[in-house]
Write a protein that binds this ligand. Structure first.
Ligand code: UD1
Length: 427
């Protein structure tokens, strides 16, 4: 399937932000660790979430969908600790089932993510963490096998700040007797959200949101009802849509503090930002100013917003430099922007972007989730007609993307396309 759009209209109006995909992907496995049912609210209705729910059903979890955004999960019916279906290999976050099942059942086998195209994405830090908790952790024929006769608290220093490893070790540690300390932990909002949810279930986690997370193992986790935080990256994508199309967009149901790094860059580029308690209005100006940006772990500028800012810079007046410091190979979409007349040069992990007066519509292919969304923004800010193919990627993480864009004035529709690729794994 592809999106077909005609650019050039300023996008204006209100966008209601969905729950955070990356938080939900950790919260669902956390839920199966409880001895009682857990209700998760504000779940985004996106493909990655559906895949994980299906994988959970396959191992015996009882999943009841109250509506598109609310699900009741009962992990007490789990009858298998091996997760290996064709779909789970397509979502990287399936590995959170490792931490959750290891923590609860002391054994787990989960298929590794398949095709992955933002460079090497190892899981050595996850395995190092599990081993510090007394587990054996091996990879055999693409399946990660973790086993612990005697799971216990441990002291882990993460060699790289990893969101995935922080969450996975936290999941494995909450039921492990004794104390666990995770140093150099990731501080992303979704790490905090998963910790908050686990604490509501009776876990004893302190320090989530700082470099050091301390966990005292508890005997059991109880049921709860928990709403997922709003999606920082979805909100950031729509904020950049205002900048790129010179429109005026209010993103609703967000946590403005999570948006600070993104708001600062938009201000630097000349946009006007008005913050309310749970909403932000971005007013784009006729000429964007260039800026330099480096992706960093939270609270820095998120790597998942790197393609979106690159699109904005391609329309700015002057030169901006984008440095990608989290993932290798995350500039694959730049070839697509060149087709639109953008001036971008890549050297290693740096993109030098010389803004041009206008970019023109072209036929594009989304290489992954976030870059796909950024190419749509480019199409909406370009002259003429653009198509973006491989939109299955975008559907992995953006709920009703085209519909939300149409509501703010975009001329965009879904049309049948040649390809249906779901091999990429990013974001
Ligand atoms: C998560 C997000 C993704 C986001 C990324 C960085 C989910 C489902 N995905 O991915 O959208 O782009 O955080 O904010 O939440 N690393 C290692 N060894 C490990 C683990 C990671 O070397 O064991 C490296 C990675 O290669 C990368 C860096 O650490 O260079 C950060 O990766 P990490 O934070 O783990 O990203 P993910 O959790 O995969």
């Amino acid at each position: 399937m592809l999106y077909k759009m005609t650019g050039g209209r300023p996008l204006s109006g209100d966008v209601y932000i969905s729950g955070a995909k990356n938080a939900a992907l950790g919260i669902m496995p956390a839920a199966i660790m409880a001895s009682e049912p857990v209700t998760i609210e504000n779940l985004p209705d996106v493909r990655d979430i559906r895949v994980l729910l299906d994988a959970m059903v396959e191992i015996g979890v009882t999943v009841e969908r109250a509506d598109a955004h609310t699900v009741k999960i009962d992990g007490s019916t789990v009858n298998k600790v091996r997760v290996d279906n064709e779909h789970i290999r397509r979502i990287r976050a399936g590995y959170y089932l490792l931490g959750a099942l290891l923590g609860k059942y002391h054994h787990a086998e989960v298929a590794l993510p398949g095709g992955c195209n933002i460079g090497a994405r190892p899981i050595d830090q996850h395995l190092k963490g599990f081993r510090a908790l007394g587990a054996k952790a091996e990879v055999e024929n693409g399946i990660v096998i973790v086993d612990a006769e005697n799971l216990h608290g441990g002291h882990i220093y993460l060699d790289v700040v990893s969101v995935g490893a922080t969450i996975n070790v936290m999941l494995a540690a909450v039921l492990a007797p004794g104390n666990t300390i995770i140093e150099n932990a990731a501080k992303e909002p979704h790490v905090v959200d998963i910790a908050n949810m686990l604490n509501k279930m009776g876990a004893a986690i302190r320090g989530a949101g700082t470099d050091v997370i301390k966990i005292r193992g508890v005997e059991r986790l109880k049921g709860t009802q928990y709403p997922v935080i709003p999606d920082q990256i979805e909100a950031g994508t729509f904020m950049f849509a205002a900048a790129i199309t010179q429109g005026k967009i209010t993103v609703h149901n967000i946590i403005p503090q999570h948006m600070d790094a993104i708001s600062s860059k938009l201000i630097e580029m000349g946009c006007e930002i008005t913050e309310y308690d749970e909403d932000i209005t971005v007013t784009g100006k006729s000429h964007l100013r260039p800026c330099n940006v480096k992706t960093l772990p939270y609270p820095g500028f998120p790597t998942d917003m790197q393609p979106q800012i690159c699109v904005a810079l391609s329309k700015a007046r002057g030169r901006g430099i984008v440095t990608e410091s989290i993932f290798e190979n995350r500039f694959r979409y730049v070839d697509e922007l060149l087709k639109m007349g953008a001036h971008i040069k890549i050297e290693g992990n740096k993109a030098t972007v010389d803004g041009v007066e206008r970019i023109k519509g072209a036929d594009l292919i989304a290489p992954d989730l976030r870059a796909g969304a950024a190419l749509v923004l480019a199409g909406l800010g370009a002259e003429g007609t653009t198509t973006v193919d491989n939109i299955e990627y975008i559907m992995r993480g953006y709920e009703s993307f085209d519909e939300k864009l149409r509501r703010i004035g975009a001329d965009i529709e879904i049309v049948p396309g040649a390809s249906d690729s779901t091999e990429s794994e990013i974001g």
